[in-house]
Design a protein around this ligand. Structure first.
Ligand code: SAM
Length: 245
């Protein structure tokens, strides 16, 4: 055992309560978060999964942060987590919301193998991770415009990220980006890209979280998919990054 499980249990219960997420946190979800934390810390050196290794910080910055997203996802939705890395937000949202079907997508095969292993150990039958590039899946008829919601945390600037995510979303669905402190600037740069790809800005909001030691503000950008993405998009990544829309 790498950390104090009873301290972890009290802390996650307290932080979820403080931030209004208690109703999603069942006793078995706490046990799964313990397993996930142990696994992530054990495998961190091998897979380079997270820079945050202190359990209290993991609870706020990874688990509560993703719980804020889990709280707003539509019931029964099929979700693409683009650039899922070590499984954020895919692992916590699948754990907290068994009604969702979550597909993690990442170009790094070893992180995808880790996410699939974590999902198996946690018994999360509603999460599968796929090794691949979002822009390749976006032109694959099996995935294109097949998701109710695409989410992404810490993957790319908004005008690049929009071309990776919006082609995967059904008309009537949403793309939700968890951004950093440059969110408003990135959004102003991405307006044309979002419109070209069939999206419309629906809302920008700040996730505000706190625990007994710190506060966390995480800007969210929510885009509605209004019309189909033109077949010219997404382009190969070299073009997306060299000539963003
Ligand atoms: N979302 C995770 C999080 O918040 O902890 C991981 C963030 S990590 C900084 C960005 C991840 O995006 C990396 O694992 C990288 O491999 C993946 N990525 C970047 N571009 C991608 C693309 N075009 N398609 C799929 N994955 C991509």
């Amino acid at each position: 055992m790498r950390f104090d499980e009873s301290q972890f249990t009290s802390r996650i219960n307290a932080v979820f309560k403080q931030n209004g997420f208690s109703s999603m946190l069942k006793r078995e979800s706490v046990e799964k978060f313990i397993l996930l934390t142990e696994l992530m810390l054990e495998e961190n050196e091998k897979y380079n999964l997270t820079a945050i290794t202190e359990p209290n910080k993991i609870i706020l910055n990874h688990y509560a942060d993703c719980a804020a997203l889990a709280a707003i996802l539509p019931k029964g939705a099929r979700i693409a987590d683009v650039g899922c890395g070590a499984g954020f937000p895919s692992l916590p949202i699948a754990l907290l919301r068994p009604d969702l079907t979550v597909i993690g997508i990442d170009s790094t095969a070893k992180r995808v193998a880790y996410v699939n292993e974590a999902a198996k150990r946690l018994g999360l039958l509603n999460l599968t991770a796929i090794a691949g590039r979002a822009e390749d899946l976006g032109i694959d008829p099996k995935y294109r415009e097949s998701f109710d919601v695409a989410v992404a945390r810490a993957v790319a600037a908004m005008r690049v990220l929009s071309e990776l995510c919006l082609p995967l979303v059904k008309v009537g669905g949403k793309f939700i980006a968890m951004k950093g402190k440059n969110a408003q600037f990135e959004l102003s740069e991405a307006k044309r890209a979002i419109a070209t790809l069939g999206g419309k800005i629906s809302a920008t909001d700040d996730i505000r979280l706190s625990d007994p030691d710190e506060e966390l503000i995480h800007p969210l950008i929510i885009i509605d998919k209004k019309i189909k993405t033109p077949s010219a998009y997404p382009r190969p990544f070299a073009k997306i990054s060299k000539k963003p829309l």
